[in-house]
Design a protein around this ligand. Structure first.
Ligand code: GLC
Length: 578
């Protein structure tokens, strides 16, 4: 009764402050162009599924996922109902950073298969009606790339070195090859100095691992090469590219020292002479033109850890990229006030440049949201979780993750799903150190646990070797025993499972046109988010008490089978009402 009174009164007056009124009519519907144009803007409301090829499905049984495996599981994604898939890198690579260290941009690593396997996978995906995005890694190559091999063999000042950022050491520390300090104080994202010294005394820049030398994007040869690589894949028929470290390609002239600690893969903003420089936009304008030659439906997606969203939205101006990952939404965590703020900012900022918004809660670089939301502080942002760290409350985390995902699917724009989140997979938080692969773990001497815990191979069958990831039972990272109960065969067709929740949410979202709708806030407090989109009222209870629902509504979908009892929404749940 008390709760009833609370909610009813909240409905009457409390919640629409003047600021809220300002944003209450925000719309993201068809921000650009005419109806016919919007038909080709398939990405505006697309659900895009991230495949991490190493861990999705393993066709040849070597313990690492591959393209044959992916092709064999596309039907599963069809049933899930997604519109597009994005594949993390499968190019020739020493795999020092799980393929984000590319040695040959025009071929497939034998670990993943062959170009013919790629073509077959692509053809099958297209047959099923999926758009296919692939990863492009332009900030750095692998040190095994022929360009870098040539650069090492060449002399300082040579054209070969000019494709990368080779510099002499800090002059204050001596002269010639005796110079001992790196050219500046930049730190690698993965820990340690961002410079490595070569035999003749010069240094090269690597914002990531020493096996990932940064390219010099002021060099026209670099510009031309990537244009040609884009065409190589566009000619094969891909629908677009997710652009790795999109905000890092251009560095401030002279590479000045900085006091900013590089905050990639964190919620912090990326300020500093290596991030978000004006020059990157020229690169994407050029790429935009290249893609446009292939038709109006090829897209670029920015992985740009840039904040606030007003900076991020500059990447999706009409003549640049089509999408940028909304990391602010992802890093906010389970927090009604923060999410409300981030939703409003993302919608407004994207709208101001004529773009639609993306929503993302998990990917291959971050702790899975089902685990983060089960931590004592569900807004915390650990860089990996190890056995010695606080362990999540799994059930609570999953409950909140399902609620957050259901809220996400009701927002206007495009939603990204990271493989396995549709199964409610948790992070593997007790991986033994000897199994770890992430360079961040090694470069920080274990101080950062790293990203392996979210990259564990998917469970398909609870009773099969490697839970059906392959037939051999081998797995490049060990799978935790909890995966058995979460395997696809345990959830398929099971009412109330996370898999069925995702399927239904994606289906209903399409039927109701939520991805192309508008939102109107009905209530936003620290305990409740309630908005309306296209006639669907979406309520999430972040509080500790059951929440009485408005009268005369029926439940379309709820995040738990028992989320709504006696017309009250349980804590940590979302309901779609009509
Ligand atoms: C991006 C990728 C990440 C990779 C890094 C370097 O952030 O998502 O996995 O380690 O770039 O390429």
């Amino acid at each position: 009764m008390v709760m009833q009174a609370f909610y009813e009164s909240a409905y009457i007056a409390v919640y629409i402050s003047s600021m809220e009124l300002e944003t209450a009519t925000l719309s993201s519907a068809h921000p650009q162009g005419t109806a016919s144009e919007s038909v080709s803007r398939w990405w505006d409301d697309a659900v895009i599924y991230q495949i991490y090829p190493r861990s999705f499905a393993d066709g040849n049984g070597d313990g690492i996922g591959d393209l044959i495996g992916i092709a064999s599981r596309l039907d599963y994604l069809k049933r899930l109902g997604v519109d597009a898939i994005w594949l993390s890198p499968f190019y020739v690579s020493p795999q020092a950073d799980a393929g984000y260290d590319v040695a040959d941009y025009r071929n497939v690593d034998p670990v993943f298969g062959t170009l013919a396997d790629f073509d077959r996978m692509l053809a099958r995906a297209h047959e099923l009606g999926f758009r296919v995005l692939i990863d492009m890694v332009p900030n750095h190559t692998s040190s095994a790339h022929e360009w870098f091999v040539a650069a090492l063999a060449a002399t300082p000042g040579s054209a070969e070195r000019g494709r990368y950022l080779f510099r002499d050491g800090n002059p204050s520390t001596g002269s010639g090859t005796a110079r001992e300090l790196p050219p500046n104080n930049w730190q690698s994202i993965f820990g340690g100095s961002a410079w490595t010294r070569v035999d003749d005394g010069q240094w090269y820049l690597h914002l990531f691992d020493s096996s990932q030398p940064d390219l010099d994007w002021n060099n026209p040869e670099v510009v031309g090469e990537f244009e040609s690589v884009l065409r190589f894949w566009l000619d094969r028929g891909v629908d677009g590219f997710r652009v790795d470290v999109a905000h890092g390609l251009v560095k401030v002239e002279g590479l000045p020292d900085t006091d900013e600690t590089a905050g990639l893969l964190t919620g912090g903003s990326n300020v500093g002479p290596m991030w978000d420089q004006e020059g990157v936009h020229d690169i994407y304008r050029n790429w935009h033109r290249v893609l446009a030659e292939y038709g109006p439906d090829r897209i670029l997606v920015a992985e740009a850890w840039v904040s606030p969203t007003s900076r991020l939205s500059r990447y999706v101006r009409a003549d640049e990229m089509q999408q940028a990952f909304n990391f602010e939404f992802m890093t906010t965590g389970w927090n009604a006030t923060g999410l409300r703020r981030s939703i409003d900012a993302a919608l407004a900022d994207n709208r101001s440049v004529g773009a639609t918004t993306t929503w993302v809660l998990s990917n291959h670089d971050v702790v899975r949201h089902s685990t983060r939301f089960g931590l004592g502080d569900p807004t915390s942002w650990p860089k990996g979780i190890g056995p010695a760290d606080e362990q999540p409350r799994t059930e609570l985390g999953l409950r909140r993750a399902r609620a957050a995902s259901l809220m996400m699917f009701a927002l206007p724009g495009s939603a990204y799903v990271f493989e396995g989140e549709e199964l409610g997979l948790p992070e593997h938080t007790t991986l033994p150190d000897e199994t770890r692969q992430d360079p961040a773990f090694f470069r920080t001497a274990g101080l950062e646990i790293g990203r392996d815990g979210c990259r564990v191979p998917l469970p398909w069958k609870s009773q099969a070797p490697a839970y059906g990831f392959n037939e051999s039972g081998s797995s490049w990272l060990p799978q935790p025993p909890e995966f058995a109960a979460l395997a696809v065969d345990q959830q398929d067709g099971v009412v109330g499972s996370t898999l069925e929740l995702y399927r239904r949410a994606i289906e209903l979202r399409r039927e109701r046109g939520l991805g192309r709708g508008d939102i109107r806030w009905q209530l936003a407090t620290k305990d409740v988010l309630h908005f309306e989109n296209s006639g669907v009222r979406v309520v999430t209870n972040f509080g500790h008490h059951p929440l009485p629902l408005p009268h005369r509504v029926s439940v379309l979908l709820m995040s738990e089978p028992d989320a709504v009892i006696d017309h009250e929404l349980a804590p940590n749940c979302t309901a779609w009402l009509a």
